[in-house]
Design a protein around this ligand. Structure first.
Ligand code: AMP
Length: 403
């Protein structure tokens, strides 16, 4: 089956064409700067270098059409016609409480995604744009929505409720949802496989450490807690997001500085995190470099980040009554041995011991714990597109059976 995997942001479309037989990427790329000056299509057929086409891309529909044209192009295309695409898998950020699994796209599912726009105003509207664009261009092709929040729907109320009046949950859906679900699901399954265990037999802490960062406690295959909450702002200190703070800080600062809710939101989401602490960069490569050169604020930002990840690891071990494996993934988790070592320092009491030579690995699936470490530690490059393609295949098969 050939699955077109689509991940729409407000001004971008990331895409892959995946042949599920052999799970092989036929082509991938990015449409960027939609509706802006300098918009472009990047297209890499079959592992070859990206071809960049600068072209006016006023909206998502034009972007999707350009991708399809590139996929069927007679010189660089990888399929002969659009009809060879069997299904489309859409990444959708927020599925609220309605979706605990991926879902074939129907009017009911679209309404569910619309209903969540209120709590995911930056993400769900562009996800819908992508769905509408594909439906116009490929009206007869089955489509599936794969939700970032679905994997965390298994959290118990004790983990997902806030200590607010219960009516806030009932009336406004105010609760913790968690994000990066496809990534946490994929890397936990891979780690179990690397341990030679069934995922339903092990307790795994997954650390998705990129510009956005979250941890999940995956107990016997189910997410029982995760660090992001109602929005992706909660939890770890991130590239530009503050993570956990005392909520009273928000009203205090708004009053002191006389700023609006929108300005406060901008500070918490875009001017905080390791960028705000270091005053230098949100990119951990810059921070590692600066810290090694003696910049004290870069060093402080790194210390704060690694300390908070370590604290979450400890709390998730407690939440699961133990831990069998820890997995690092995403840009920082996959590539930075320096940060992995810093995070795991002091976790020997839990049975976590990193092997310094194995820990030098970058971007490759690998065990990095010492021989005999009671808790296994792994690097697993995440592959959200593959999870989307697999779910699309699974649900298309189910739809066919039920016809
Ligand atoms: P992502 O959001 O998953 O693309 O990850 C982006 C983050 O990963 C950025 O903060 C990068 O600095 C960080 N990153 C990527 N490669 C490296 C590396 N080799 N060393 C340290 N950080 C890295």
């Amino acid at each position: 089956m050939i699955v077109f995997v689509v991940n729409c942001g407000s001004s971008s479309i990331k895409y892959q064409l995946i042949n599920t037989q052999g799970e092989y990427v036929m082509a991938k790329g990015l449409v960027e700067r939609i509706g802006m000056e300098g918009s472009a299509l990047h297209y890499s057929p079959d592992g070859a270098a990206a071809i960049e086409t600068k072209v006016d891309i006023p909206d998502h529909k034009v972007g999707i059409q350009l991708i399809i044209d590139a996929l069927i192009d007679k010189d660089n295309g990888v399929i002969h016609s659009m009809d060879e695409i069997d299904a489309v898998g859409h990444r959708v950020v927020h599925g609220g409480e309605r979706f605990a699994d991926s879902a074939p796209i129907t009017p009911y599912v679209i309404q569910g995604i619309i209903d969540c726009c209120d709590i995911a105003p930056l993400h769900n509207p562009p996800n819908l744009e992508g769905i509408y664009a594909c439906q116009k261009i490929m009206p007869d092709t089955p489509m599936v929505a794969v939700f970032d929040t679905a994997f965390h729907q298994s959290m118990p109320p004790a983990a997902y409720l806030y200590g607010l009046p219960y009516e806030e949950y009932e009336n406004y859906g105010l609760r913790r949802y968690g994000f990066h679900g496809t990534s946490h699901k994929y890397v936990s399954m891979r780690a179990a496989r690397l341990m030679g265990e069934d995922v339903t037999d092990v307790r795994i802490i997954t650390c998705h450490l990129g510009n956005g960062a979250s941890l999940a406690a995956v107990k016997y295959g189910h997410s029982v807690d995760t660090s992001m909450g109602f929005t992706p702002l909660e939890g770890l200190i991130m590239g530009t997001r503050c993570g956990e703070i005392d909520p009273a800080v928000v009203t205090y600062l708004m009053e002191k500085k006389g700023v609006t809710a929108e300005e406060m939101d901008d500070e918490l989401n875009r001017r905080s995190g390791v960028l705000g602490i270091s005053g230098l960069s949100s990119d951990f490569r810059d921070l590692e470099y600066a810290a090694k050169a003696g910049n004290p604020r870069a060093e402080l930002a790194i210390d704060m980040f690694s300390y908070r990840v370590r604290k979450f690891i400890g709390s998730y071990a407690a939440a699961m009554g133990g831990v069998d494996a820890i997995v690092f993934t995403a840009g920082l988790g996959e590539n930075s041995g320096f940060m992995r070592k810093k995070i795991c320092q002091g976790l020997k009491f839990l049975g976590v011991e990193i092997d310094p030579v194995r820990n030098e690995v970058r971007g490759k699936e690998c065990e990095i714990s010492k021989e005999g470490s009671r808790v296994k530690v792994f690097v697993v490059p995440t592959n959200e597109e593959l999870v989307i393609a697999r779910d699309t295949l699974r649900l298309c098969r189910r739809m066919r059976r039920n016809k």
